[in-house]
Design a protein. Structure first.
Length: 436
């Protein structure tokens, strides 16, 4: 018996001390790295606040102007389509430029992109304000395009930064916060925009630098980014991106489309509401209009933050919430065909649709961010955000065009698109039980 015990002790001794392997060393290194990551994953309130300011500033760039578009049409003598371009040119420029910014952020770091982007964003706001003073639509459009280019380096890169800073449940919570902040900006911006219009219709342009400066200070002093040394050659980098799409393209492209559709509908509906509320029989304008526009967005904010807090890395729960959210959007938008002339029911149905969007977007953010490694995350999240921006860009002009045809055309189109997206997400996006 003693002999047997002795033999066991010898085996244990040799295994523990005399046979270390490269694999063991690698595991120890990974464990240490995981421990460090887990420490960072706890996050800090100051970091969360700083991160939250970035999407808020981005959203102010568009939503704050929505209440003033009818006034802009009258003051500058422009058409409804031309006023919609004030929103669309910003989002189009951002959407086209985001992939390039995503690559640069993967190569050089996130903060080094976000900081100059916020500076340019604010400066272009001043230029747009002077364009309004000079009654120059051309200067305003040019300034808005510059703002769009700068916007490409803000919230889309912040999403990749969240993936770098945190892991586990903290990451999904932070991504939910990003989406909730995005929604909070949408809630506040029409109200703030309406209040600023009491001064002068173009005051919102001059307000941008103030919000950008506050966000800039928060990013500089509250966020500490780890060293970023991903100096990949462009060819190898693009080959990795192609590999990701070859392996995961079916569900990634579906996720990109779903996120884009959610924002296309959201901004299209805002444009629709902003125009009909000032007409008879409602004749709601100014701050009251801003408050009405904020109602559906409030549903989006509360749902986005709650969803981000609940899902953590639970892929099964995300799948349920995405499909329920798209179903809510489809049903509520279809019912607007019957009730769009009853403003109270109409606003209620649009709020249900926004709640559905609030279920959808944080889940997509977490799945997409967790799908790739840190070195390619900037490009993948940027491509996703690029399509989201293009959805925003398409919303106002397409809704304006459909409004000229018929209100029924508007809501038949968006409810049909929601139904198609529900089918695609149900069959093609099947995340694992645990993301990442």
């Amino acid at each position: 018996m003693e002999k047997t015990k002795k033999r066991k002790l010898n085996i244990s001794f040799i295994s523990d001390i005399e046979l270390p392997t490269d694999s063991d060393e690698k595991n120890e290194s990974e464990a240490a790295e995981s421990s460090h990551s887990s420490g960072r994953s706890k996050g800090k309130i100051s970091e969360f606040i700083a991160l939250a300011t970035i999407p808020i500033v981005l959203v102010f760039g568009n939503s704050m102007l929505v209440p003033g578009l009818p006034e802009m049409q009258r003051e500058l003598g422009i058409s409804k389509f031309q006023s919609s371009l004030i929103i669309s040119i910003f989002s189009l420029a951002a959407g086209l430029f985001i992939p390039i910014i995503g690559y640069l952020s993967d190569r050089y770091g996130r903060k080094i992109i976000i900081i100059p982007a916020l500076i340019i964003y604010g400066a272009a706001g001043i230029l747009a304000g002077f364009g309004a003073i000079w009654d120059s639509y051309a200067v305003i459009i040019t300034a808005r395009a510059i703002q769009g280019l700068a916007a490409a380096g803000t919230a889309p890169i912040a999403m990749a930064l969240v993936g770098d800073l945190y892991d586990g449940g903290t990451e999904s919570k932070a991504l939910g916060l990003i989406e909730a902040s995005n929604g909070a900006g949408k809630v506040l911006s029409p109200i703030i925009g309406s209040l600023l219009m009491l001064i002068v219709w173009y005051a919102s342009f001059f307000a941008f630098p103030v919000f950008c400066a506050l966000s800039l200070l928060a990013v500089i002093f509250m966020i500490k980014e780890s060293s970023h040394n991903s100096r990949q050659e462009l060819g190898k980098y693009l080959a990795k991106i192609r590999g990701i799409f070859k392996e995961k393209g079916r569900w990634l492209i579906t996720a990109f489309f779903a996120g884009s559709l959610g924002l296309f509908i959201l901004f299209g509906v805002l444009f629709y509401l902003s125009n009909i509320l000032e007409d008879k029989p409602y004749q709601i304008d100014g701050v009251r209009k801003g408050l009405v526009l904020a109602i559906p967005l409030l549903g989006l904010v509360i749902t986005s933050y709650t969803t981000g807090s609940l899902i953590k890395k639970n892929g099964k729960l995300m799948r349920w919430l995405m499909n329920i959210g798209l179903l809510a959007m489809t049903v509520s938008l279809a019912l607007t065909l019957l009730f769009f002339k009853n403003i109270y029911v109409f606003i209620g149905l649009l709020t249900v649709s926004s709640i559905g969007t609030g279920m959808l977007l944080p889940c997509l953010n977490t799945i997409i961010t967790g799908a790739v490694e840190k070195s390619e995350r900037g490009m993948i999240t940027s491509l996703y955000n690029s399509l989201r921006f293009l959805g925003v860009a398409a919303g106002p002009p397409l809704f304006g065009w459909m409004m000229d045809l018929s209100d029924y055309v508007v809501f038949i189109t968006v409810s049909s698109l929601s139904l198609i997206t529900l089918g695609l997400v149900f069959f093609l996006i099947k995340p694992p039980r645990q993301i990442g």
